[in-house]
Ligand binder design. Structure first.
Ligand code: PMP
Length: 440
């Protein structure tokens, strides 16, 4: 497999090596190990269409990465492309705010039931602002978040380990120092003890940040835990923050809030809503969003911004291309809403069920779990080579391994995916990297 893969992606390897000294690219060393050194790379691609991407060697792959989940309708979708080109012809300048931003805020509030909305550039930035609003709004300083979640690269959330007594997140990444983590409490997700901890520390907790369905563990959907959490936070002047960067606009227009029937105080969105353009959204209760602009006031009377403002800003925060693309995305999602979501979500479910049935009937120690169009394989030990085998046989999955289907993954493409994955498993078994459970 290694020899064949090296041959297949020659140009990716060549360019990676040629530019390594100039281009500090973390993904090109992701998961480095000596035995897999020669196939440690990140694929270089300059073309994509529908469910397919093409690498610089000209190979075609069925894409399961789909822009890390930001491409909902398939690559290079004609309606989105046309809308972006139309906007390019008018203006892509920032400075004065494009009126599209106001339209988008209203639209998001309308379809999600949130009260107010603000725009940033990425999910990370949205999460960072959400935490600031929680601290400002509650006048407390601790943020609870949960093991297994991913919220982007904001320093105070970059930990996966907490102190066994205090539950304070611990320093594990070079450059993310303990002092920056001291206001971050890292608890177990879905566990009753975590709710007990929160109840006992109400006086200091500003916000509880949740990825309602963790992309790294989509099978875990602790709805009762979330409902109880919402009851606790509501009574306790704690901001319940839903990070819906992945679930938002994916499970349905109302995201995880609607799906689980729980209203959060602050919600962050990204990915799907941007239609492939960079975006981060902070949305939710006026109580918190008012801290960005002082609250609503009116011309011609004696009203004024009554809420003490924090600081939020950013050169590209309301980029006209992102605003146009997001408005078009909502329009497409609203049109045939039921079919878009039902078809994609049920296709993903059927696909994952078929794969699990195949793994089980062959006693392979592999499984796949999903939520809406997000899915993730469990690949213990050496079976993680599945991703390399898939690449060799024409399926692309990025190094973080979250997988997504888009509405352009037709039934025919899905059947092809199933066949390729089955073929990969048989080949892995032959090569001795996948061993049937009954033979262990
Ligand atoms: N929150 C969640 C739940 C995410 O999955 C991600 C990115 N995968 C982020 C936040 C960060 O978003 P971005 O990469 O746009 O900064």
């Amino acid at each position: 497999m290694i020899d064949k893969l090296i041959k297949k992606i020659q140009k990716t390897r060549f360019l990676t090596q040629k530019f390594r000294a100039d281009f500090a690219l973390n993904r090109a060393s992701a998961g480095f190990s000596n035995d897999l050194k020669d196939i440690t790379f990140t694929l270089l691609s300059d073309k994509s269409k529908g469910a397919f991407i093409y690498d610089v060697d000209g190979n075609q792959y069925i894409d399961l990465t789909m822009g890390f989940g930001s491409i909902f309708f398939g690559h290079n979708h004609s309606s989105l492309r046309n809308r972006i080109i139309q906007q390019l012809k008018i203006s892509w300048s920032v400075g004065p705010i494009s009126p599209l931003a106001a339209q988008l805020a209203s639209k998001i509030n309308q379809v999600t039931g949130n009260e107010r909305t603000a725009f940033f550039n990425s999910g990370t930035e949205a999460v960072m602002v959400a935490l600031r609003l929680a601290k400002a709004g509650t006048k407390k300083n601790k943020i609870v978040f949960f093991k297994g979640s991913y919220h982007g690269t904001f320093d105070s959330l970059l930990s996966i380990k907490s102190d066994s007594q205090t539950k304070i997140a611990q320093e594990i990444i070079p450059g993310v120092t303990q002092s920056i983590l001291n206001e971050s409490i890292l608890l177990d997700y879905g566990k009753a003890e975590s709710l007990t901890y929160i109840k006992e520390h109400i006086h200091e907790i500003a916000g509880v940040l949740v990825e309602p369905v963790q992309s790294r563990n989509p099978a875990l959907q602790p709805v009762e835990f979330l409902k109880e959490l919402a009851q606790i936070t509501e009574k306790s002047n704690i901001a319940l923050i839903f990070d819906e960067v992945i679930t938002g606009f994916r499970i349905g227009l109302g995201g995880a809030q609607e799906y689980f029937g729980i209203r959060a105080d602050i919600v962050t969105y990204g990915k799907v809503i941007g239609g492939g353009m960079p975006i981060g959204v902070v949305s939710g209760a006026a109580k918190y969003l008012d801290i960005t602009d002082g609250g609503v006031w009116t011309y011609g009377d004696d009203s004024f911004p009554t809420v003490k403002q924090t600081f939020v800003a950013g050169t590209f925060c309301h980029h006209p291309l992102a605003m146009a693309s997001a408005l078009k995305t909502i329009e497409l999602l609203e049109k045939n809403n039921a079919e878009v979501y039902e078809l994609l979500n049920s296709r993903t479910e059927k696909f994952c069920n078929a794969l699990n049935a195949f793994f089980q009937s062959n006693h392979y120690p592999l499984s796949v779990s999903h939520f809406a169009s997000l899915f993730r394989f469990t690949t213990p030990g050496k079976t993680k080579l599945l991703y390399n085998y898939m690449l060799l046989h024409g399926i692309y999955v990025w190094e973080g391994r979250n997988c997504f289907l888009s509405s352009s993954h037709s039934d025919t493409i899905i059947q092809k995916l199933e066949k390729i994955i089955q073929k990969c498993c048989f080949q892995m078994e032959k090569d001795g990297v996948l061993v049937r459970r009954s033979r262990v």
